[in-house]
Design a binder for this molecule. Structure first.
Ligand SMILES: NC(=O)c1ccc[n+]([C@@H]2O[C@H](COP(=O)([O-])OP(=O)(O)OC[C@H]3O[C@@H](n4cnc5c(N)ncnc54)[C@H](OP(=O)(O)O)[C@@H]3O)[C@@H](O)[C@H]2O)c1
Ligand SMILES: *[C@@H]1O[C@H](CO)[C@@H](O)[C@H](O)[C@H]1NC(C)=O
Ligand SMILES: *[C@@H]1O[C@H](CO)[C@@H](O)[C@H](O)[C@H]1NC(C)=O
Length: 356
């Protein structure tokens, strides 16, 4: 009997990537991952242990050092690989000095990963983690009214609209570059591409590196803001998001498709605060519940660069459809938004990533 397929996960130290690796091991795949710093390998192994992956599987994890900004390592990373899950991409909590600090690794890194996969001759499919950031930005205000139709996979972020923030731009340009590479440079190759576009990912962290998406929960628990801005996000649990990646990896119908990845729905930040208050008791005593009027947030942003990141989202209702993933991939979310939020909060307090 031949060995189980080898799967490459780029950026294994990430919040989502760890859970993808956990599910791959649980389904019996062999796993290789890339890191840009080998010092992260011990953290990854600790997280896998926390998720009850066996000693034997943990020690079987293959690691290759590769940076999205450099060619070195990528050819070695895809050797003998059948499926290549491309998750690595810069996702900082702060504004970058220059937007190219995000765009270059996201876009050029994606092309490095795809080119290595194509040249390998063995990789049959790449699943790229794009984002709702490549779908729902730069649209006219009407798209964010409560009665607007939900965002679907045909929607693309309009980077020419002039007010798309750097991270959203980097994800859009990276996904556009990926589809263009497939069309122009993979005609005679067996390589296939499928793309996942998650909304905000919550759910449990498996270690103290909580990642940027859980920072929003950490900031609330630490009481770092006098109130909550009128912001609304789609939510998916990291375990459901990882599950969609594994389905897109093997389902023949996922070829050439992008899939929005959202669970039960969207929440306003005020609702997230109230969930935390209700479920975490004294650990949520600093969580603000006063809603900040938009004019106040706009005023704050003049002095607080990081507040500028949210201005384009202020007051926007975000409805996002998961119909396509349900129909084509047979995917179904298992964790409610509330469960995902509470699991995030519980895990980041457990691992000491926030001071409450
Ligand atoms: N979390 C969300 O809410 C969300 C929503 C939609 C889409 N996504 C996408 O999902 C993917 C995973 O995100 P995450 O939440 O798990 O973020 P994360 O925890 O910050 O992980 C990002 C990963 O990318 C790696 N990386 C960054 N710059 C790199 C570079 N120049 N070379 C090599 N690796 C690099 C990081 O490695 P280091 O450990 O070395 O920094 C880390 O492993 C990303 O593509 C992100 O855009 C996330
Ligand atoms: C690991 O096992 C413990 C003890 O059985 C259990 O409580 C925990 O939920 C498991 N974790 C995961 C991620 O499956
Ligand atoms: C993108 O935005 C620009 C500037 O607002 C607009 O002219 C253009 O029509 C938009 N493109 C699409 C595809 O909506």
């Amino acid at each position: 009997m031949s060995e189980n397929p080898l799967v490459l996960v780029t950026g294994g130290s990430g919040f989502l990537a760890i859970w993808v690796i956990v599910q791959l091991f649980n389904q019996g795949y062999r796993v290789r991952t890339t890191v840009r710093k080998l010092t992260r390998v011990n953290d990854i192994k600790k997280c896998l242990c926390e998720a009850n992956i066996t000693e034997e599987q943990i020690s079987s994890l293959e690691v290759v050092q590769a940076d999205l900004l450099k060619d070195a390592g990528w050819a070695e990373a895809v050797k003998d690989v059948t499926y290549d899950l491309h998750l690595a991409s810069p996702f900082p909590a702060e504004l970058p000095k220059h937007e190219d600090d995000l765009i270059n690794p996201a876009r050029d890194g994606t092309i490095r990963v795809l080119r290595a996969a194509r040249n390998s001759g063995c990789v049959t499919r790449v699943v790229m983690t794009s984002s709702f950031a490549a779908v729902g930005y730069g649209h006219p205000e009407e798209r964010f009214k409560p009665d607007a139709s939900p965002f679907i996979e045909k929607d693309w972020t309009n980077i020419s609209s002039g007010n798309v923030p750097p991270y959203q731009k980097s994800k859009t340009l990276a996904e556009l570059a990926a589809w263009e590479f497939m069309e122009t440079e993979c005609m005679d190759s067996k390589l296939e591409l499928a793309v996942i576009n998650p909304v905000s990912i919550y759910g449990p962290a498996l270690g103290k590196d909580d990642g940027t998406s859980l920072r929003a929960i950490g900031e609330l628990l630490e009481g770092n803001s006098p109130g909550v801005p009128k912001l609304c996000w789609g939510i998916v649990d990291v375990r459901d998001c990882a599950d969609m990646h594994l389905r897109a990896m093997t389902n023949p119908r996922a070829k050439d498709e992008r899939f929005l990845c959202i669970g039960e729905g969207s929440l306003w930040m005020e609702e997230i605060s109230n969930i935390l208050k209700k479920s975490l008791g004294s650990k949520a005593k600093k969580v603000p519940t006063t809603v900040l009027p938009n004019f106040l947030v706009r005023g704050l942003a003049v002095f607080l660069p990081v507040a500028r990141l949210i201005l384009t989202d202020l007051g926007h209702n975000k409805r996002v459809s998961n119909t396509k993933a349900k129909e084509i991939l047979g995917w179904q979310w298992k964790y409610t938004s509330e469960q995902a939020v509470v699991a995030s909060a519980t895990s980041i307090t457990k691992f000491g990533a926030v001071k409450v």
